[in-house]
Write a protein that binds this ligand. Sequence first.
Ligand SMILES: [Zn+2]
Length: 57
Amino acid sequence: MSAKPIYHCPFCAEEDLRPVEEPRGAWACGSCVRVFSVTLHRTDLAEAGPVTREEQR
Ligand SMILES: [Zn+2]
């Protein structure tokens, strides 16, 4: 599973993110200097409801 790029730091909400070599798939925030990784567990379409499903067609 490949990591999708993320656009905002989940800790400080800045956009100064860059991928790091180690650990694999992790990101470093240039603003709060945290190194973190983000895991997508699933896309829950049942929870999203019929409106969202309609838009994805
Ligand atoms: Zn940050």
